[in-house]
Unconditional design. Structure first.
Ligand code: NAD
Length: 333
């Protein structure tokens, strides 16, 4: 039987996930958690969601007593992920949480501990970890087809609109472009190189101090150093549009993806030619795979668990520290 999922936060990405889940063989949307009664009504009509499976932000702890919901997919503003995950874990349900899993590594660790204690899974919405072209490059690197790889470049950005949105409010976002889109380059550097970084350096640029207030980063360039001697050179920005490119250089070959992390189709090539793996709607594939992880104990090629989310947040913490101090920051791995 399928994993029965309630979505918390019926915003733009929640809507995309709900649509994609309609084509999932392994996951089924059975509940909603929202502060907006009119949205709940709309979703009930569209997805045949029973009245008893509808909750708001005050009463969702009662999900504990609902046998028709196995997992809650948290798709709310970043700063809410931590308190909401703790409540869902306490209610004894599995948690799927959007990226960034929290707004710092300390919160991420608390979420991992809470889910462990409650004996529920904690998975982070890293949809690229299931994407076929991405996985093909990882396979090539693992099997030595690229030779020794010493360089990754990751460019992640888009131009952000409405200055009043939560993404530009530190209270809700925890930061700026880095939390939202730069995290793709951090995560990509780690899965493409297959190592954990040991140091970071970073430089910030701000062109608009009214729009990007204190604590909300606009553009940050950063560099990561890895134990093998490999380096990653990355850019995270809210002021350059359609910036979405990964490049991996090895002694025997290369791989590049552009777009690398958008909703797809992902496009790319290597020294051997064009990548031709099929495009599958990322969120459909992700829900199938996450259901298999939760229900069947399947092990993904690239982890999507809470510990994986904490690794990215530790790097983000260090990047912000590097920007602030102007110093190279050592990472504890
Ligand atoms: P959104 O603004 O479209 O939706 C957020 C939802 O949270 C809204 O429905 C809003 O009503 C609700 N909400 C609940 N409490 C709120 C509060 N106190 N303040 C503001 N809104 C509140 O945002 P989104 O684009 O859907 O992003 C939601 C999360 O999903 C973010 O963490 C984001 O990083 C993540 N996301 C992931 C991907 C991906 O590809 N994995 C893509 C987009 C967004």
């Amino acid at each position: 039987s399928a994993l029965r999922v309630a979505i918390m936060g019926l915003g733009s990405y929640g809507t995309r996930v709900a649509e994609a889940m309609q084509s999932s063989k392994m996951a089924k949307l059975t509940g909603v958690i929202s502060g907006t009664p009119s949205k709940i009504k709309e979703w009930q009509g569209k997805y045949k969601i029973a009245e008893k499976n509808c909750y708001n932000y005050e009463n969702f702890d009662q999900i504990k007593n609902n046998p028709d919901i196995d997992a809650v997919y948290i798709i709310t503003p970043n700063a809410l992920h931590h308190p909401q995950t703790l409540r869902v874990a306490k209610a004894g349900k599995h948690v799927i949480c959007e990226k960034p899993m929290a707004i710092n590594a300390q919160q991420g660790k608390e979420m991992v501990d809470a889910c462990k204690k409650a004996n529920v899974h904690l998975l982070v919405g890293y949809r690229m970890h299931f994407e076929p072209k991405t996985l093909e490059i990882i396979r090539m690197r693992k099997e030595g087809e690229l030779g020794k790889v010493l360089f990754f470049q990751g460019l992640s950005g888009f131009t952000i609109g409405d200055p009043s949105q939560w993404r530009l409010n530190k209270q809700l976002s925890g930061g700026g472009a880095m939390m939202d889109i730069g995290i793709y380059s951090i995560n990509g550097a780690r899965y493409m190189l297959g190592e954990e970084p040991i140091w970071v350096t970073a430089q910030e640029t701000k062109t608009d101090r009214a729009k990007f207030k204190e604590g909300v980063d606009e553009t940050i360039q950063f560099q990561l150093g890895f134990p093998s001697g490999a380096m990653a050179s990355c850019l995270s920005t809210y002021t350059m549009n359609n910036l979405d490119r990964f490049f991996l250089n090895g002694y025997k070959g290369f791989a590049e993806l552009q777009p690398a992390t958008g909703y797809g189709p992902i496009l790319g090539r290597t020294h051997k030619g064009e990548l031709t793996q099929p495009h599958i709607t990322h969120q459909t594939l992700q829900m199938d795979e996450m259901a298999a992880i939760i229900l069947q104990g399947k092990k993904p090629v690239v982890p999507v668990d809470g510990a994986e989310g904490v690794k990215d947040l530790s790097i983000i913490d260090a990047i912000y520290q590097a920007v602030k101090t102007g110093k190279k920051i050592d990472l504890k791995v």
